[in-house]
Design a protein around this ligand. Structure first.
Ligand code: PLP
Length: 394
């Protein structure tokens, strides 16, 4: 007998994946340029040239056995030292290699972190709309998920709703800023209020409540927006970082967990992270990629292309009558569905070959997500279809 839950997860792919597969099939039927696929968050901007140059340099100059060999379980020490220095320089939070665990991207960072902290009966709070895999990862770690909606229309954290949801079983809150699917960046004011709420609740229940900060989009921000570093504001913070989006390396599977040195019993928390990494088989993240990212900290793919897409899509769609919060980061636009049932709206959009993800997948109804990490040409070509679609509701 197979594990029923795993069978279920492996058989039914996510709504986003289903739409993506539908798009691929539709493209073979009617042609690539006729389908406006906005389903998936696969970076469309290539990795910066320096990344490829670093890979070539390492291959040409380094001992091949060492370069492709196992590193120590939490990662190459020099790599972890460089990342810790970078965190210290850019955020002001003192870090050391003994707080950094190298992983296969944010997905692994999250599963490791959730498994490191979970005990029976514990709850984790997800702020809707949220990345759908949080539920999969948290439930597998044995956590019960409690959903709290963000505030509309600005999608900042609803602090009073969160306060009501926190109880003696709350083990952690997951935040994601810049956010998938809204593109919203949580303001410094929000992070300060969140931090003081969590401190208050920790005191009330005499226990630690972890803030898990999922940060694959940290550097993808527009204009002069800055993303507050949560570990600077709240001690019991664990950062789940990934280079998938910032360096356009999603297929290379590289990221890290950073346990704040200000966490209570930080080295015990880090030991639990190492234990979860071991138990889940996530030891020694890809060796060469560890070296590559350590040499390119702070660099990003060309964000100006996403910014161009963002301006074009937001300005055009709002001029046609759509409503959306203007994203400050990531590469998603979260558009209010003109009918209550977002799935029905997304189905109607398919008539115009527009592939939009209904927000029900993100734990909240009434919206669709548009991933604008596509070519600017695709956005330009799709605009008449968006216009016709909204006309149906006038
Ligand atoms: N968290 C969020 C919010 C994401 O959007 C994604 C990927 O799209 C992930 C985590 C997983 O990222 P990775 O590819 O680094 O595992």
């Amino acid at each position: 007998m197979l594990n029923k839950k795993m069978l279920e997860l492996g058989t039914a792919s996510s709504a986003i994946r289903q739409l993506f597969e539908y798009g691929k099939a539709r493209k073979t039927e009617i042609g690539d340029d006729k389908v406006f696929d906005f389903s998936i968050g696969n970076p469309s901007v290539p990795a910066p040239k320096i990344v490829d140059d670093t890979i070539k340099k390492l291959i040409d100059n380094e001992d091949s056995v060492l370069l492709h060999g196992y590193t120590s379980a939490p990662g190459d020490l020099n790599v972890r030292i460089k990342i810790a220095e970078y965190i210290g320089q850019t955020s002001g939070v003192e870090a050391s290699a003994s707080n950094i665990y190298m992983t296969c991207g944010a997905a692994a960072s999250l599963t490791i972190t959730l498994n490191a902290i979970a005990n029976e009966g514990d709850e984790v709070i997800l702020l809707a709309p949220f990345f759908p895999e949080y539920r999969v990862f948290a439930e597998k770690a044995g956590l019960n998920c409690v959903v709290v909606n963000c505030r509309e229309p600005d999608f900042q954290i609803d602090i009073s709703a969160l306060e009501k949801a926190i109880n003696k079983n709350t083990k952690a809150v997951i935040i994601n800023s810049p956010n998938n699917p809204t593109g919203v960046v949580f303001s410094e004011e929000t992070i300060i209020e969140l931090s003081s709420l969590l401190n208050k609740k920790q005191q009330e229940y005499s226990k630690e409540i972890f803030l898990i900060s999922d940060e694959p989009y940290r550097e993808l921000v527009y204009g002069d927006v800055t993303v507050p570093f949560p570990a600077k504001y709240y001690n019991n913070t664990i950062v789940c970082y990934s280079f998938s989006k910032s360096l356009s390396l999603p297929g290379e599977r590289i990221g890290y967990v950073f346990v704040s040195p200000n966490c209570k019993d930080t080295q015990l928390v880090f030991a639990a992270v190492c234990g979860a990494g071991r138990a889940l088989g996530f030891v020694c993240a890809p060796s060469m990629l560890q070296r590559v990212v350590a040499e390119n900290l702070g660099k990003t793919a060309d964000v100006s292309i996403y910014n161009k897409n963002r301006e074009l899509l937001y300005n055009e769609l709002t001029s046609y009558g759509y409503t959306a919060v203007k994203p400050d980061g990531a590469f998603y636009l979260f558009v209010k569905s003109p009918e209550a049932d977002a799935a029905a709206f997304a189905e109607k959009a398919k008539k115009y070959e527009l592939l939009l993800v209904p927000s029900d997948s993100f734990g909240m109804g009434g919206y669709v997500r548009i991933s604008y990490c596509v070519s600017t040409k695709q956005i330009e070509n799709s605009l008449p279809a968006f216009k016709k679609l909204i006309e149906e509701y006038k």
